[in-house]
Design a protein around this ligand. Sequence first.
Ligand code: GLU
Length: 284
Amino acid sequence: MITRFAPSPTGPLHLGHAYSALLAYDMARAAGGTFLLRIEDIDSTRSRPEWEAQIYDDLAWLGITWDAPPMRQSDRLPAYRDALQTLWARGLLYPCTCTRRDITAAASAPQEGAEPVYGPDGLVYPGTCRPDTPPTAPFPEDVALRLNMGAALTSLASSGFSFHETGQDRDEDILFTAKELQTQIGDIVLSRRDFPGSYHLSVVLDDAAQGITHVIRGEDLFEATQIHVILQRLLGLPTPIYNHHHLIRDENGKRLAKRDDARAIAKYRAEGATREDIRRLVGL
Ligand code: GLU
């Protein structure tokens, strides 16, 4: 078993992160497996070295040790670019110049008939920039690239997909269809204009590169897992087992966010809490 914790260094780790990290860590240790760390720092405008340093410090304080040097996404650009070039050469990507506003306008245009559909990435892309035939130009730089979901599904020649979910007392295969992918997820962005990659592409390539067998993460990423399975199939990568855990919420039932400094692990530490206190607070 190889599990991982994959925080973004864009703010302090809070109780929700502690829960996720401890679950993944305990699971690996209980199985005599391996626990790895990955710093998801592709968002260069929000990632900060001081938050990264704080992550290492908080995890060490929690008693969490990792079994290899952390992987950092900012070191992985060549791998992301390779995968994008492969998908481009297979005619599965296309450049998109739409702004968010363009997409909202097109998705809610009266002639579309149906209500706009929201997927795990926001509004399902209405297809404005999607070409009728695969682009033949050389791999383009400095433009966003979308996955042509229809072409991707045709190339996979399968009408249904699945992954195995073990979170929240579940132990079942989650099934989804090609049709659902096209209507509810659609042509997602795989490469941003300012960065050769996206969360979905990076997470899939990195989990494979780190040999992750069990992905333990919050249930907010449950829906996005369908995207990850499709990318794994397209790129010939294994699909790990998934465990989507419940989110730690505040007393009003709202999920914790990075800005919930009140629940930052560092704050509890400063107030004299022990790591056992943190475990108790998150129900472990
Ligand atoms: N970096 C993501 C976060 O901090 C987690 C991604 C994942 O576990 O797949 O929310």
